[in-house]
Design a protein around this ligand. Structure first.
Ligand SMILES: [Zn+2]
Length: 83
């Protein structure tokens, strides 16, 4: 299990605790939470990246963050390339 899955599970658990009995809404909130955690909004991809391309989420760095806080890039798993 990856660290990313742990984050998703924690986010989902938190949402389930506050918003019961709506799996779709819970999933949406989990995804939104996840995006907030890892994504840089300015460089969200417009189209579907191909395997081997430079990761659009981290621009090939393998992590996202402001230079002080670094979070491993989840779309590419920290490799800087689209899986
Ligand atoms: Zn990446």
């Amino acid at each position: 299990m990856s660290r990313w899955m742990c984050v998703l599970m924690l986010a989902t658990i938190g949402c389930v605790a506050s918003i019961p009995d709506d799996a779709t809404l819970t999933a949406d909130l989990a995804v939104e939470t996840a995006i907030v955690l890892v994504a840089v909004p300015d460089i969200l991809p417009d189209d579907e990246p191909k395997p081997g391309d430079t990761c659009p989420n981290c621009e090939g760095r393998g992590y996202v963050g402001d230079g002080k806080v670094r979070v491993p890039c989840q779309p590419c798993g920290g490799g800087g390339k689209v899986k």
